[in-house]
Unconditional design. Structure first.
Length: 580
């Protein structure tokens, strides 16, 4: 009998699962530590104690001191992009987003939750899986008593015994299953071996076999598939919410990545603008410095030009650092194992920002958002869960009326094989039925739960209306930001062209000899160059904000992933019964 139960255990799938792999943190941070070793160390130069020539000359003529140490121009602005062997990595926006979708930590963490909740669906469904059960027991009794009189069943004579010996061994095996209607059905086979001394039956020892088929079924409370599969429906909806939350994490990461990409484009354009203005300032300084040697200008006037030059150099230092910081931020968002954030690679965007006008109908945009925003989908699932919970609570207000019915053929014989053979003929039957009624007086607990679930359902519906309103507001504001940033591009472009024209006219007048190269004229040219740089930076900033506004509009519509050619594959979850 023990071997039979072992076979049943193996057949039921009672196999020890594989052990989870060991966690070794050193293998995860190895690539990051190795990549940081490839970044050459930067040495800082000593600060000057006297005024120095920004172009590397001695500067003694203007400082009135002994010649200080010359300072190369690059030393105070940092290395240019790609100089000193700095690795440059050109990447398109699509490449960056693809890496971020595949490798980003937040996306990976969020990706586990749908699978976790899918397991909970299977857990709930497993409540209706058949269960094999069995047991064996044995008892050996040898009791002494004060004398008991028995009738020998074979001789028919009275027997007095001062002891009572009883050897009993029993076993059962069966299968049971919970029903979606709320009941349980089971079929089991019992066998018992018994030997009694003194003998009390004709057959001694003897075997008793019995097959029992039993049904337990609620008739009021807890009756029906809607009530008993509620946990499955709720867990399935929770799994679908997890999919939407995963989509939210994906959208958040794609949005951050795209915004960082356009900010990096803008930052690198700012570096180019500041480098060009710095060259303009260096040329002006060199011209004034040469005139100083000809005694045409004073050292005061040269120092004034140098002050403007050094201010522009400081701006370039910060611009280059900001661009490199944004490159590192983009690497952190991508989390590509082949491009760790500690690597010295500098990302160089290859995509140009969009400046074309976008025409759209606000009503179509809002309709698209209502159909695609994940928050609306989540709220609909929450309403569904609240409805299921309310229906279960309403069923629990009913009285409890349970039916138990059973039927079992039985055989008793002195030989085990004969017992099994006779049992197949079903010679003797036992029947049973029972109704059990329970009515809570007042039923206050069930009614209170019903009221609570009703209010929760009304709350979920009201929240759905609030979500629709918020989504509509998000779309309208995002569309307005698109219009605003596009208008700013036009305004800033006009400002930039006007600044270009003004600087061009001044340069042309100088080339024609219409203007004397006075300190005032030099300062005017530097001011116009600085104004042009500011106008170019503001135009680039407006273009960057326009592209970010387009991304935020797509996000407000719930179509950001489609906009960036990112497709969520949800088909595998259909096999798990998660999508209805």
């Amino acid at each position: 009998m023990i071997s039979s139960l072992s076979v049943l255990a193996v057949a039921a799938g009672c196999v020890m699962p594989a052990q989870a792999p060991l966690f070794d943190p050193h293998t995860l941070d190895k690539s990051t530590r190795e990549a940081s070793a490839d970044d050459p160390s930067q040495s800082l130069y000593p600060l000057a104690t006297t005024q120095v020539d920004p172009l590397g000359g001695s500067g003694s003529e203007m400082a009135g001191t002994t010649a200080p140490s010359p300072r190369p121009a690059s030393a105070t602005t940092g290395p240019s992009f790609g100089s000193d062997g700095e690795p440059i990595l050109p990447l398109s926006l699509q490449d960056v987003i693809q890496r971020a979708v595949l490798y980003n930590h937040d996306v990976k963490v969020a990706g586990y939750q749908p699978a976790i909740d899918a397991s909970r669906v299977v857990e709930a469904q497993a409540n209706f899986d058949p269960v094999l059960f069995g047991s064996i027991s044995g008892q050996k009794k040898d009791d002494e008593n004060a004398g008991t009189e028995f009738t020998n069943p074979q001789a028919g004579t009275a027997v007095t015994s001062f002891f009572d010996k009883d050897d009993t061994y029993s076993g059962e095996v069966g299968i049971k299953r919970n029903l979606e209607s709320g009941g349980q059905i089971q079929a089991k086979w019992d066998t018992e071996y018994q030997q009694l001394i003194p003998q009390r039956f004709v057959d001694n020892p003897f075997w008793q076999d019995q097959v029992t088929l039993q049904l337990t079924q609620p008739l009021l409370r807890n009756f029906g598939a809607d009530v008993n599969t509620a946990r499955i429906v709720i867990n399935r909806n929770n799994a679908r919410v997890s999919l939407l939350e995963f989509r939210k994490a994906l959208e958040d990461n794609v949005a951050k990545t795209e915004e960082a990409y356009w900010q990096l484009v803008n930052a690198q354009e700012d570096v180019k603008i500041n480098e060009a203005v710095l060259k303009e300032n260096e040329a002006a300084y060199k011209a004034q410095y040469d005139r100083l040697g000809q005694h045409l200008v004073s050292s005061l006037e040269v120092s004034q030009v140098q002050s403007t030059l050094e201010a522009r150099r400081a701006t370039l230092i910060r611009a280059r650092a900001d661009a490199r910081n944004l490159s590192d931020q983009l690497k952190q968002l991508m989390n590509d194992p082949n491009l760790p954030v500690t690597s010295p690679d500098l990302i160089m965007p290859t995509d140009k920002p969009v400046t074309d006008p976008m025409e759209f109908d606000i009503e179509d945009q809002i309709n698209s958002a209502v159909e695609n925003r994940f928050e609306i989908g989540e709220q609909l699932l929450k309403i569904d869960v609240a409805t299921v919970t309310y229906n279960v609570a309403r069923n629990n207000t009913l009285p409890k009326l349970d039916l138990t019915a059973s039927v079992s053929p039985m055989v008793v014989d002195a030989n085990f094989q004969s017992t099994i053979s006779n049992e197949a003929k079903f010679p003797h039957w036992e029947y049973g039925a029972q109704l059990q009624l329970e009515i809570p007086i007042g039923n206050r607990e069930a009614l209170a739960i019903l009221r609570r679930t009703e209010l929760q359902r009304m709350q979920a519906i009201e929240q759905y209306s609030a979500t629709i309103s918020q989504v509509s507001l998000d779309v309208r504001q995002a569309a307005r930001e698109v219009e605003t940033t596009y208008s700013l591009i036009d305004v800033q472009r006009q400002s930039r062209m006007a600044a270009e024209r003004a600087l061009h006219d001044v340069v042309l007048r100088q080339q024609r000899g219409a203007e004397a190269i006075t300190p005032e004229f030099v300062q005017l040219r530097l001011d116009l160059a600085d104004r042009l740089a500011q106008a170019q930076e503001q135009e680039n900033q407006a273009i960057s904000e326009y592209n970010i506004a387009l991304e935020r509009l797509e996000r407000a519509k719930g179509t950001l992933l489609r906009y960036n050619n990112v497709v969520m594959q949800e088909e595998p979850y259909k096999d798990e019964g998660l999508l209805r």
